[in-house]
Design a protein around this ligand. Structure first.
Ligand code: BTN
Length: 279
């Protein structure tokens, strides 16, 4: 029985946040000790809560889950829309060693963890779109927003915000996201309890962040490359006021995108850019 089966069997139907946390802890088993878990009915944005008011450093990964966000944020200043029960929206605050440089490739690491967790739940055809969208057969299933929290006398931290579409309202149209999918579609209608989904993601996140802390992104690069949605395909990378086209060669040891252009191989750092396939 994997984590997901365990939680599916025990998850209560209730939406009570305390019952949610209890079901999640049970699903995580002994791994629950690695996390400080908080579940709220509503908040503006779980990322804003954790970046604005970072919890005390107690060596645990602090996780905040919201049943509903009324100001959910996406990459590039966009909003992230979600509906109660239709999406799983949460953020995890992870502290990296004091004095260490900003870790490279962190947002890609979160994508690998999410992909592995969703595959364990039975989702097939998962691919990663640089820097960190999770796609199933070309349609977006989940998004990731990584934000850094400066040290200011504490250990610096990163907030990994994740939104997973569980069961979108029928016929929903999301601005800026023309092609979306949800777990209901990806799993042929068999969506596990959201505590089960979250337990699988947290288990993968914890395991992969441990590898990352020890060995850096290079240890996870192959896992990302294997799922690269645009491997060897023509793409356009657009920034605020410029764009470049080329063939996607994958990512380097820092998680930067390598693009073969007419001028040679360009290295693109994850910033305020977006990637679009051209084929
Ligand atoms: C994107 O694809 O643009 C990133 C979306 C990230 C959404 C999640 S939902 C939980 C967390 N809180 C937020 O406000 N955003 C992230």
């Amino acid at each position: 029985m994997n984590q997901a089966d365990n939680a599916s069997a025990s998850a209560p139907a209730s939406l009570d946040p305390d019952a949610r946390v209890a079901a999640l802890s049970q699903a995580l088993g002994p791994r629950a000790e690695r996390f400080a878990l908080r579940w709220v009915e509503t908040c503006e944005s779980t990322n804003s809560e954790l970046t604005g008011n970072p919890p005390r450093d107690d060596d645990r990964i602090h996780v905040l889950v919201a049943e509903h966000q009324h100001g959910g944020r996406g990459r590039r200043g966009r909003s992230w829309q979600s509906w109660p029960g239709a999406s799983l929206t949460f953020s995890a605050l992870w502290r990296f060693p004091a004095g260490a440089p900003v870790p490279a490739g962190l947002s890609l690491v979160a994508g690998v963890a999410l992909a592995e967790a969703l595959e364990r739940l039975g989702v097939e055809g998962i691919q990663l779109k640089w820097p960190n969208d999770v796609l199933v057969h070309g349609r977006k299933l989940a998004g990731i927003l990584v934000e850094l929290v400066p040290g200011r006398g504490r250990t610096p931290a990163a907030v990994l915000g994740i939104g997973i579409n569980l069961r979108l309202p029928p016929g929903v149209a999301i601005p800026d996201q023309p092609a979306v999918t949800d777990l209901h579609e990806a799993l042929d209608g068999e969506v596990p309890a959201c505590e089960a989904v979250l337990a699988a993601v947290l288990e993968a996140l914890c395991r992969i962040l441990d590898t990352y802390a020890l060995a850096g992104f290079s240890a996870l690069r192959d896992a990302w490359q294997q799922r690269n949605a645009f491997a060897a395909l023509p793409v356009r990378i657009s920034g605020e006021d410029s764009a470049v086209t080329g063939t996607c060669l994958g990512v380097d040891e820092d998680g930067a995108l390598l693009l073969r252009t007419e001028a040679g191989v360009e290295r693109i750092l994850s910033g305020d850019v977006s990637l679009r396939g051209l084929s």
